[in-house]
Design a binder for this molecule. Structure first.
Ligand SMILES: *Cc1c(COP(=O)(O)O)cnc(C)c1O
Length: 344
């Protein structure tokens, strides 16, 4: 890996972060707070939240086994994705490399930040070779994006190839594990101590059933986390989100139950889907959705919309002609989908 200083934009490296009232004083002993121009009434929402979400990070440490100093929390993973560009990529100069197809936000944030977005098409198994990704990189490549299990394809990517990219690439490798709780594969979290160029993204939005609260996690070296923390908005994770996340994290076994139910439903739904006349094939999945090639994605999509059933039409995405991406719902919802499709 190059020196972090060579990878971070010079203006960000030398940035003096905004210092909020709650940064300058965060001890517990005081009882009169006249430092932040807050209204003293309407507790508990009158006070600014902890800008570094310390209580929440200590819970996450317990659940994820990652020390607090290696955790960044954002307004969804989307914030951590955008920050990667703002921290590492000089607009109009640097570039990033990603697999294709993959999660759309990496490209959208590249466009917003005026950063060149290079893609390497996946193979016929929706997998990749480290050599191909590395061949697309040059001296201006600051970040490589890898999403595993991948969206919209659903499969986990080859772990040895991912590791090979992390070990051979001189810049930052971001592995997005939004769907890892549904996968047979293990998280890459234990690779963090030995790979200072690795950033792992996870989210409360999928298995944790908390998309509404907007909480995303980035696990990385403490140096990278410190830089992310100085670039983010001071109070990027609001109090309601921090409280609700603590509530959910109290009982990780509850989440395991959801995951087990959804995985059983996934098996059942895919089996039934494969027997439908409209189904051409279902791709291998390690997530809480599956990608299916159908006879005519556009007309089937519209047919379902007319019946109040919304799936994701991915037929315009590279390698996904005539493909629908279908999220695993409740048993009732899945049955409604199946019975609608049986009537075509
Ligand atoms: C859904 C999803 C996310 C989650 O984003 P949030 O902003 O945390 O809701 C991240 N990455 C991928 C690949 C996703 O599919």
């Amino acid at each position: 890996m190059k020196d972090l200083k060579q990878l971070v934009r010079p203006n960000i490296w030398s940035l003096a972060p905004y210092s909020s009232a709650r940064d300058e004083y965060s001890g517990k002993e005081a009882h009169v707070f006249l430092d932040a121009n807050e209204n003293p009434y309407n507790a508990p929402y009158n006070r600014y939240p902890d800008p570094l979400q310390r209580e929440l990070k200590s819970e996450l440490k317990r659940v994820k086994g990652v020390p607090e100093e290696n955790i960044f929390l954002g307004n969804g993973s989307d914030e951590a994705i955008d920050l990667a560009y703002r921290v590492f990529c000089r607009p109009g100069i640097d570039n990033v490399v990603a697999i294709a197809p993959t999660y759309g936000m990496y490209a959208v944030c590249a466009d917003i930040n005026d950063v060149e977005y290079r893609t390497v098409l996946l193979d016929e198994n929706f997998d990749f070779k480290a050599d191909d990704l590395l061949a697309a990189c040059d001296q201006q490549t600051k970040v490589v994006w890898i999403c595993s299990p991948n969206n919209p394809t659903g499969n986990s990517l080859n772990r040895n190839e991912i590791l090979s990219v992390i070990e051979r690439f001189e810049g930052i490798v971001i592995v997005d594990e939004a769907y890892i709780d549904f996968a047979d594969q293990m998280s890459m979290r234990q690779e963090l101590p030995s790979h200072p160029n690795l950033i792992i993204l996870q989210t409360m939005s999928k298995a944790w059933g908390s998309a509404a609260i907007r909480l995303g996690m980035a696990f990385a070296s403490k140096e990278i986390v410190a830089i992310y923390n100085k670039v983010k908005y001071p109070y990027n994770v609001n109090l309601l989100t921090q409280q609700q996340a603590l509530e959910v994290l109290k009982d990780p076994y509850e989440i395991d139950k959801y995951v087990k139910i959804l995985l059983a439903e996934r098996t059942r739904l895919i089996q039934a889907f494969q027997d439908l006349p409209v189904c051409v094939r279902v791709y291998k999945t390690d997530a809480n959705f599956f990608l299916a090639k159908v006879t005519d994605a556009n007309s089937i999509y519209n047919y379902l919309v007319d019946r109040g059933i919304i799936v994701r039409n991915r037929s315009k995405v590279q390698l996904c002609q005539d493909c629908l991406r279908i999220t695993i719902g409740t048993r009732t919802e899945n049955n409604e989908l199946l019975s609608a499709l049986r009537q075509i």
